[in-house]
Write a protein that binds this ligand. Structure first.
Ligand code: HEM
Length: 551
């Protein structure tokens, strides 16, 4: 063998392997190792005896990998790529590595928003990925059974067992979702209210003992919501409120796991390799392990306890085929990550906006005081759902800062053919998302003051007075309610939305009824929003406040 044949076989085999990658996207460890390591090793071993530079092992490997990368980049930038006509930054078109980097920075919500401002309603945010900023595409993306959850969710799957939110097959999803629906029904929500009242009483008492101190409400709300999830789901207490700290590291663990999943989720195949490196995927493994452990402990309690896990384990025996132990355990971490931090974020975000707009806080407190003074001592928490200004403040909080800041990623099956989404042609195999953060601030749907916290827009009145004093008629106000979807929509929408809505209102009402709330001395309130980190769920930084009990 001499140099020209070695060069020719390297070019030929790298071309063939590139075609294989393009067509079948092999991500398994063995198939990838075979194509990326064994093929060049065979070429190199044939070339080894010759003292030519092209025949050295290192040169062959470098040439082979270099050629593969070149084909991939050239193809992704070429007019032959199926997404060639969609605009977007060069680095997004070349590799998802860039978006993984943006995810690591924590400001993907703002970055994609800027891309839409620059490139328009449809942006190519990855080599095979589109983001849409169009109100009419939200439902066709999130509630469309021709799309399924993208590979972004694959990291949640262990040994072939997926938690509910990572199940792609709609039939399988419906069967598992049935269990969740029983456990989060209206009847069960009423039963959980007892847990909620207990947690909130303890929470308010703990805060009351800390009046005048500088408190991080971001943390305290996590303690309350995590404790509630513990009682409601596993009949256990995580004791965070009573201890006044994240003593078991659960909140930190949820954040670390979400952050790691969010970065690696952009390049899911890399997980195979990273998981082989000591410590590289520790946060994800640990999160799933703890979730299973908590769930296993609950299972050992037996079927005498009627909590959410009672239904996830099908302890009432309503299913023909009982859920496997593995699938029930897989729901453990989902319950914690989906239920606790999301609600804590919603409540902290609402408080942040209220601190920024003290006149709104005052008006809301008046509504709450009037409502509560008209009721008996035994407060009916479900009544909080009917307070119009509270609902307006919560809707406005969700519009500007939903707890999930990123667009939820969906995928068009490779085998399902190309589709039209609105007037956009979307080739098979493309990942798509509706960028709610951008849509929910779009002046075409929310006018006036699309970027401003102005809850009045949600009230049903004949005319509206803006903070500037200007008056607008109802007809001049734009409010596209149906695109404010903090809980997503369709079959895969939030399973706990009723519970979350009740919990959120109960927390805010209890706080605002009992305390005068101010930003802690020296704390710049704006800092809170600037430091929010988008990790699929929001990772919050401190919101420092001081409380004084109202007489
Ligand atoms: C304000 C609080 C909450 C918000 C904003 C929220 C938001 C969401 C969103 C956007 C999804 C869809 C995720 C996706 O498609 O990737 C979701 C799914 C889910 N949520 Fe919530 N959630 C909240 C509270 C809760 C609570 C309290 C629970 C549990 C009781 C819960 C349980 C779930 C579950 C199980 C799913 C997966 C649903 C499925 O795949 O069918 N969530 N949530």
């Amino acid at each position: 063998m001499n140099a020209p044949p070695v060069l020719a076989s390297t070019i030929l085999s790298s071309l063939t392997v590139w075609q294989l990658f393009k067509r079948y996207e092999p991500t398994g460890f063995i198939s990838s190792a075979l194509l990326l390591l064994v093929v060049p090793a065979i070429i190199a071993s044939n070339a080894e005896p010759l003292p030519l530079s092209t025949s050295s092992t290192a040169t062959t490997f470098l040439l082979y990998w270099g050629l593969l990368i070149t084909y991939i980049v050239l193809y992704r930038l070429s007019p032959f790529h199926p997404l060639a006509k969609y605009p977007g930054p060069l680095r997004c078109k070349i590799s998802k590595g860039w978006m993984a980097y943006v995810a690591a920075r924590g400001d993907m919500h703002r970055y994609v928003n800027q891309l839409h401002a620059r490139y328009g309603d449809a942006v190519r945010v990855g080599p095979n990925e589109l983001s849409f900023r169009h109100g009419d595409l939200v439902d066709p993306i999130l509630a469309n059974k021709e799309l399924h959850k993208s590979t972004y969710y694959d990291l949640r799957v262990r040994n072939g067992v997926a938690p509910l939110d990572a199940i792609k097959d709609y039939g399988e999803h419906a069967a598992r979702r049935r269990l969740w629906n029983r456990g989060t029904s209206a009847t069960m929500t009423k039963i959980y209210t007892r847990n909620l009242v207990g947690v909130i009483d303890e929470f308010i008492q703990a805060l009351s003992e800390r009046q005048g101190q500088k408190l991080d409400m971001s943390h305290w709300l996590s303690y309350a919501t995590t404790d509630f999830m513990g009682h409601m789901t596993f009949s256990t207490s995580f004791d965070m409120v009573s201890k006044g700290c994240d003593h078991n590291g659960l909140v930190k663990l949820v954040e670390d796991t979400a952050y790691a999943c969010h970065i690696i989720g952009h390049i899911p195949w890399s997980f195979h390799y990273l998981s082989k490196l000591p410590g590289a995927t520790k946060a994800i493994d640990e999160g799933l392990r703890i979730g299973r452990e908590v769930a296993r402990k609950r299972k050992e309690l037996g079927s005498g306890t009627r909590d959410l896990y009672y239904y996830l384990l099908d302890e009432d025996g309503l299913e023909d085929v009982k859920p496997s132990e593995d699938s029930a355990l897989a729901e453990g971490f989902l319950a914690i990550i989906a239920g606790a931090e999301t609600t804590a974020t919603a409540a902290t975000n609402a408080l942040y906006f209220l601190l920024k707009h003290p006149e709104t806080m005052k008006r809301l407190q008046k509504e709450i005081h009037d409502a509560l003074s008209a009721t008996s001592d035994d407060v009916d928490y479900t009544k909080f759902m009917e307070l119009p200004y509270l609902n307006a403040c919560i809707n406005e909080t969700f519009r500007l800062l939903s707890p999930g800041l990123t667009g939820l990623s969906r995928e068009l099956d490779v085998s399902g053919g190309d589709k039209m989404l609105g007037h956009y042609f979307v080739p098979a195999g493309t990942k798509v998302s509706a960028h709610l953060y951008s849509i929910q601030r779009d002046p075409r749907y929310f006018f006036p003051l699309p970027d401003t916290f102005w809850p009045d827009r949600w009230l049903n009145q004949a005319s509206y007075t803006l903070p500037s004093g200007e008056t607008l008629s109802k007809e001049e106000i734009k409010l596209k309610r149906e695109v404010v979807l903090p809980f997503s929509t369709g079959q895969q929408g939030c399973a706990g939305r009723n519970i979350a809505n009740l919990e959120l209102r109960s927390l805010l009402v209890s706080l605002l009824h009992r305390f005068d709330i101010r930003a802690a001395d020296g704390f710049r309130v704006d800092e809170y929003e600037e430091t929010l980190s988008d990790a699929y769920v929001t990772i919050r930084k401190p919101l420092y406040i001081q409380l004084r009990e109202l007489q």
